[in-house]
Design a protein around this ligand. Structure first.
Ligand SMILES: Nc1ncnc2c1ncn2[C@@H]1O[C@H](COP(=O)(O)OP(=O)(O)OP(=O)(O)O)[C@@H](O)[C@H]1O
Length: 611
């Protein structure tokens, strides 16, 4: 495993630029549910205005009580009513605030669910439009992981904070109107007391984000180790080689590094938070003393004192809540920049190419094709020229890493040649409409997907238009020689495969390959069929039978077979031998044997083995 790197990034430069995501988050929330967004706004408004009204009613209660006491002292008559009315009014206000708070919480929770689903869909849809090379690029993969991990909850968090900010701003303005009457300086004190905390918060949010970004590669390594230690497809080997302990140590070592950084940040954040909080407290008690002394000298009434104290206290928490919200918004924006960085990843413009080539039935032509994987130093294919006509089959042989699968990846346009071109019916693959092109190709790779679906769907996956076509499944299974074992399964085509889901049945390697073959046969309209070693788990005879059978059913089609078994390879119309990304020999089985070259040598070697 490579040492952990800490890539530099340009977040610092974009301190202000990141705020551009606020508007987009808001419109995302609006698109998710206009009704809930309006509901949130209304509840926010109510929850914002009422606290000042309550403080004001508080003053009225105290002053009414004092007035009633005075009257009682002077005339011995009781006047409860006014004070009691204010008490009832305050109780009503409390109830309204509680209702507004509850409705805020409920609406936020519902929006959170809807929004999470929407953002996840956006991410997964985007992933569909990306090229294979994106997925092989670790930096890109980090972007995907980061986008999925955090970003689905961030848009709502950002909107919540925006609403929270508005709510606090409304409360503050109403407090300000009342406090102003006491002294404009009280307002200045209120705001200045909270400022240091805000600056610290903003700085720490930036640090936390940078740490989160740096960490992606490490977190990916941890996730990978988790799959090694806890997934059925890996655990077998990990147990046998007793690698568990070693992998666990590696897992813990990564955690220790990450945790050290987190701990440092947490401690710094909290100690600064405390130190700066002291300033706010001192300011509050300073103001307290001032209000108390003004009351003693009779400048304000006892009721006003109660109100101002409440206003000051609530005002202070509203200011600090607003400032924290702003720094939180900054943090959310940074995280959202991840999401949009991912969503804005450039993809090749979706093809609106041609539906047919100028020379139908010309088949496939590779013209001086070379290819180098992105980031790789040497070409995987060099100067390949080939022609496959309809009705013909081509077998590709060659040692491991000679470029056989790469050739298929180019043919299926998973990658594009770095030099030369590939034509189908006389038209460059790049000019074909993607859907029209893919409809013509049926391919089974050596690492074909074992869908954890039912048997029938595993076959139906070969032709999306007939995904659920049961007659189609049976026909394809017949051609893939899979009918026998499927009929022995308890639920036949309805049997759940794999171990991920309850009642799933695991198949043997060869049985899975038969399913994969059936999947290729499902693609009836495809006239280019490619088998990239999908029969390696079968015995040599079974493989040869299957290929013969395959050729019989694909008479007018083009078939390409990659295999290490010469007993099968010899059945193809043409054979190419690849070495280091180049074609070394080509011809029919007979011609190649007569050449006495590499093919003849390997064929004899294998034939000896069977004697
Ligand atoms: N995604 C990739 N990125 C970079 N290099 C790759 C990638 N896939 C394959 N290669 C390299 O390209 C070369 C050709 O690989 P390819 O998979 O085409 O070989 P192959 O002939 O199909 O081998 P095998 O018989 O083992 O399946 C190898 O050197 C391999 O290391």
């Amino acid at each position: 495993m490579k040492p952990i790197s800490t890539p530099k990034n340009n977040v610092d430069k974009n301190m202000l630029g990141v705020f551009r995501y606020s508007r987009r988050a808001m419109s995302l929330v609006w698109q998710t549910s206009p009704a809930l967004t309006i509901g949130l706004a209304l509840a926010t408004l109510i929850a914002g205005v009422l606290p000042a009204a309550m403080a004001y009613v508080g003053q009225l209660i105290v002053d009414a009580v004092l007035a009633a006491m005075e009257t009682y002292k002077q005339s011995q008559t009781l006047h409860y009513q006014t004070a009691l009315n204010y008490v009832i009014l305050e109780a009503i206000l409390v109830l309204i605030i509680a209702a507004a708070q509850r409705s805020l919480t409920a609406q936020k929770a519902i929006l959170q669910g809807l929004l999470g689903q929407k953002v996840n869909l956006m991410i997964l849809e985007k992933a569909q439009s990306l090229s294979l090379s994106h997925f092989e690029d670790s930096e890109f993969y980090d972007k995907l992981v980061r986008a999925r991990r955090e970003a689905s909850s961030r848009p709502l968090a950002l909107v919540n904070k925006t609403f929270g900010l508005i709510q606090n701003a409304i409360s503050l303005s109403s407090f300000a109107v009342l406090l102003w009457q006491f002294s404009p300086w009280a307002l200045v004190l209120l705001i200045c007391g909270a400022l240091p905390s805000f600056i610290a918060e903003a700085k720490f949010s930036g640090d936390a984000f940078l740490m989160f970004r740096w960490r992606s590669p490490e977190v990916r390594q941890q996730n990978y180790l988790e799959t090694l230690l806890a997934r059925e497809d890996n655990i077998k080997e990990v147990r046998l080689y007793q690698l568990g302990e070693r992998f666990l140590q590696r897992y813990s070592a990564i955690f220790a590094t990450l945790f050290k950084e987190s701990k440092r940040l947490i401690l710094r954040r909290e100690s600064w938070g405390f130190a700066l909080g002291v300033i706010s407290t001192l300011v509050f008690y300073g103001a307290y003393g001032w209000i108390v002394s003004d009351t003693i000298v009779g400048a304000i009434t006892l009721g006003q004192m109660t109100m101002y104290l409440l206003l000051f206290k609530q005002g202070q928490s509203a200011v600090s809540a607003s400032l924290t919200a702003i720094s939180g918004m900054y943090e959310d924006n940074l995280y959202l920049s991840n999401l949009y960085e991912f969503l804005e990843q450039e993809t090749a413009s979706s093809t609106s190419g041609l539906l047919a080539g100028p020379t139908p039935n010309d088949g496939i032509r590779f013209e001086k094709v070379s290819f180098q994987y992105p980031g790789s130093e040497k070409p995987a294919l060099f100067d390949i020229s080939l022609h496959i006509r309809p009705g013909h089959s081509l077998a590709i042989v060659g040692e491991n890493g000679s470029g056989k699968t790469t050739l298929i990846k180019l043919l299926t346009r998973l990658y594009n040649p770095t030099e030369g071109r590939i034509l189908l019916d006389g038209l460059d693959l790049l000019e074909w409409d993607e859907t029209a092109l893919l409809k013509r190709i049926g391919v089974i790779f050596q690492d074909f997907v074992r869908y954890q679906f039912i048997v029938g769907e595993n076959i139906g996956a070969g032709d999306n238009d007939r995904f659920n076509d049961e007659t189609g499944w049976q026909k394809a299974a017949d051609l893939g020689k899979a009918t026998d074992f499927i009929s022995e399964l308890e639920n036949g085509y309805q049997t759940q495969l794999g171990r991920w889901f309850k009642g799933g049945q695991e198949l043997s390697g060869g049985q899975w390959q038969k399913i994969a073959l059936a999947r290729a046969f499902m693609r009836e309209d495809a006239d280019i069929l490619v088998l990239d070693e999908p029969t390696s788990a079968m015995d040599a005879q079974a493989e040869a039978n299957i290929f013969q059978h395959f050729q019989e059913h694909t008479k007018t089609k083009m078939a390409i077979l990659i295999s290490h078994r010469f007993s099968t390879v010899r059945l193809a119309h043409e054979i190419v031998v690849m070495e280091h990304g180049q074609i070394k020999e080509r011809g029919t089985h007979k011609a190649l044997l007569a050449q006495q070259g590499q093919y003849a040598h390997l064929f004899t070697l294998q034939a000896e083995g069977y004697k």
